[in-house]
Write a protein that binds this ligand. Sequence first.
Ligand code: SAM
Length: 274
Amino acid sequence: MALLPDITAFYGAGDEAGRLTSGRTIGTVELVRTQEILRAHLPPSPASVLDVGGGPGVHARWLADSGYEVLVVDPVDKHVGQARNQGLAACLGDSRELVQGDVSFDAVLMLGPLYHLPDSTGRARAWREAHRVVKPGGLVAAAALNRYAKLLDLDSPHALDIATTGLRVRPDGPTTYYHDPSDLCAEAWQAGLGDLAVYGVHGPAFEALRAEERRTGTKDLGAKALEAALAAARFADGHPELVVSSLHLLAVARRPRTPEASRLLPANGPESRR
Ligand SMILES: C[S@@+](CC[C@H](N)C(=O)[O-])C[C@H]1O[C@@H](n2cnc3c(N)ncnc32)[C@H](O)[C@@H]1O
């Protein structure tokens, strides 16, 4: 499996640990929404969770604090060290080739790896690995970026390119992959997962929050903006057609209990769109 030097350099320079916890409204919305969506789908604690691409362990931390037995896997040394420094179990690894055994976790999270896997073969491997290590009936939750939401960003010179190709190629950093939301469902389905649903994590307000950051020069936009963004995102959960307004998506799926078990297609899944 190819190493990921550009990923290591990218995260070495950034503050991934503070992205969700530094008080930036956009980060707080992502943290709160990810927590509430996962809590609605995870088995009760104690249960085992493999956090693939878990980074410095922000989600692993609250899951462990809630009684889950969490293992963080990440290809970036710095992240594994940051996770261990806060007492979490963590090891180096790649979503496309996990060393964990078959059917060994009650839930598998992939909150980030799919952004960094621009080729479909890599993403298919990551989904298949998640399916392999999760127990029958277990949860697989995967985050993705939505290629169409950038069209709401009037300041982005890349919006049309991203909507058309799904790719953001940076001269000095890793290429980012943006999904078509229905392809996200198709990938999970092709890996053998069922019971699919896709949520908009930030919901419709993401680009409005970013525009407000630019207008005010501040990243903590206050309680009113936070509550409005959360209310809009929760409203959108009941309206699958609004999922395309959210930049960050969270797909939840289950490994069928038996190979023969029927796998229900989601209301906003591939068959309903084509
Ligand atoms: C945007 S960060 C998200 C971190 C954390 N899961 C969160 O939601 O806050 C993406 C993470 O995916 C990791 N990653 C990138 N490529 C990966 C791969 N092929 N396998 C596993 N993790 C990967 C990165 O090192 C990084 O920690």
